[in-house]
Ligand binder design. Structure first.
Ligand code: SF4
Ligand code: FES
Length: 386
């Protein structure tokens, strides 16, 4: 007969719940939900072995268990500490935790540039959220930041090493989802960096999932780079028959133009678990090569947390296939805009026949001045972060 699963009682921020023995404090807190769940920059429930690297999930254990109610002497990483029966934990109710988390964010930002205005991850970056909720107004760091020689890791993924927080999630994706890992964290201490050994390209079928797990903008989608801000796009759930993955994705549209394809995410920003209990990783064909609305069967608008900046940019329409209404008619009360110019009459930029989402990289002057397919795909700087 199967052994009965032990159930432990744990209290987090004054809320008591029952969880099976072996549950971590972080997952117990996620069961309660909302602010009670500590932030997690390196733990990812769908990746075995993740967690324990970033220290953003530290909590205070004020009572270890019913049997031994002494407090734990130091803050513990909630993603790596299992609950005990009768354990009492403080997260947002602990001044110590709030203070230490502020310090952790300050450390994470020592080398991470504050380039959110030009970073494709802005609007869905966990470090950006963490900085707003726990960061200090100013850094006390006075030394030179790390710089890196820019490395090309293939056609689909852009690496910005200065933004990397060394969470290891992308390494676990490569280890656990693809059959050939060609990148890793090289060197030690403040010299550590993500690299493909001898600059090999990352090109296995599921490598694009590294973009979805990266909590910051260190790994971004090269086919979407600089094309649009996520809050100007409308996410819709869609699917297609795919022979490599389950084909269930989120499309990021403006009108019927598909700018980006990602896996569907849950409330913790992780890839959603599918109805068959498996994680919803998607293949590179769905992610990078199916950029036409006709490739997909649209299911409906993606549910976005109303506190997210992405929900602020939603425009009404038939599940993302209709362009946002032009506000001019409304503000001009039906009059013709005599005093306004059509920018296309006087400028060579922003031409309608140039489809930004179909370019290989960011638009360059030549894109609007001769070759509508020219892009900055091959433009490389010698050093990143300088
Ligand atoms: S590149 Fe992104 S996912 Fe990979 S270790 Fe750095 S921060 Fe983590
Ligand atoms: S999420 Fe726990 S240490 Fe990073």
């Amino acid at each position: 007969m199967a052994e009965e699963q032990k159930i432990f009682k744990v209290t987090i921020d004054n809320i008591t719940i029952d969880v099976p023995a072996g549950t971590t404090i972080l997952n117990a807190a996620r069961k309660i939900g909302g602010e009670v769940a500590p932030p997690a920059m390196c733990y990812y429930s769908k990746l075995k072995g993740s967690g324990g690297k970033c220290r953003t999930c530290l909590v205070e254990v004020v009572s270890g268990s019913t049997v031994d109610p002494r407090p734990m002497p130091k803050l513990v990483a909630s993603c790596r500490t299992n609950v005990m029966d009768g354990m009492v934990v403080k997260n947002i109710t602990s001044e110590k935790v709030i203070d230490v988390r502020k310090g952790v964010v300050e450390f994470l930002l020592i080398n991470h540039p504050l380039d959110c205005p030009v970073c494709d991850q802005a609007g869905e970056c966990h470090l950006q959220d963490l900085t707003y909720s726990h960061g200090a107004e100013q850094t006390r760091y006075e030394f030179e930041r790390r710089t890196f020689v820019r490395e090309d890791i293939g056609d689909y993924i852009q690496l910005h090493m200065t933004r990397c927080i060394l969470c290891y999630r992308c390494i676990y994706v490569a280890d656990q989802l693809t059959n050939k890992r060609v990148h890793g964290i090289l060197d030690r201490g403040d010299k550590s960096e993500i690299s493909t050994y001898i600059s090999k390209a990352i090109e296995n079928d599921f490598s694009g999932n590294m973009i979805d797990v990266c909590p910051v903008g260190a790994l971004t989608d090269r086919t979407f780079r600089f094309k649009n801000r996520v809050w100007f796009l409308k996410p819709v759930d869609a699917h297609r028959d795919c022979d490599k993955c389950h084909g269930q994705v989120t499309l990021w549209n403006r009108g019927d133009e598909v700018f980006r394809v990602t896996a569907r995410k849950d409330e913790w920003g992780e890839v959603q678990t599918l109805s068959d209990g498996k994680p919803g990783w998607i293949c590179n064909t769905c992610r990078f090569e199916k950029k036409h609305a006709s490739d997909w069967v649209i299911e409906g608008p993606t549910k976005i947390n109303r506190h997210s900046v992405i929900s602020q940019g939603h425009y009404v329409g038939n599940v993302g296939m209709i362009m946002p209404p032009d506000p001019l008619d409304k503000v001009l009360f039906g009059r013709q805009p005599h005093l306004l110019l059509d920018i296309h009459d006087v400028s060579k930029v922003n031409q309608l026949e140039v489809h930004l989402s179909e370019l290989e990289g960011p638009a360059v002057s030549n894109t609007f001045n001769g070759d509508p397919h020219a892009s900055g795909h091959n433009v490389t700087d010698v050093k990143e972060g300088v």
